[in-house]
Design a protein around this ligand. Sequence first.
Ligand code: FES
Length: 173
Amino acid sequence: MRINRIAIQKEKSDSIDTPDLSLMNPLISKYKGKRGNLIPLLQGTQSLYGYIPKEAFHKLNKEAGIELNEMYGVATFYAQFRLSPVGKHIIRMCHGTACHIQNVTAITEALLDHLEVKDGETTPDRLFTVETVACLGCCSLAPVMMIGDETYGKLTPTEATKIIKEIKRNELG
Ligand code: FES
């Protein structure tokens, strides 16, 4: 069951293999030399590419003057940062208490089996990344998953798999 839009997902760069680093220029201009700029720079970079490419770390080092060690330390400490590319569609499976009680584990397993990936992995065609997350804030709809900015509730393994198949069909035209 599709519920509503509850989050905004920013556009990503078209190419995740060769990131267009010039996209970072406005971000660097905005935060260069400012105190406490590390987190906003990393967040801004991730919002551009969906993850923080290694080339971006080097650009930030060269042009914003932030030490690589410092950036890697922060980027690996906080779960919000990704260091590898993600799929076009990020599937967030809620494993909070309400969803857990409603057997979200079976749904997650069905999706992982269907997509032939493990939790946190991206499909080889880079269409989907599956992640288990904490409460998505709509427990009355448990079990819940989000795909991009869409929330789906009261799911069953069959329904969840059907949703994925539909997205894939639309993507492949
Ligand atoms: S526990 Fe899943 S939405 Fe709250």
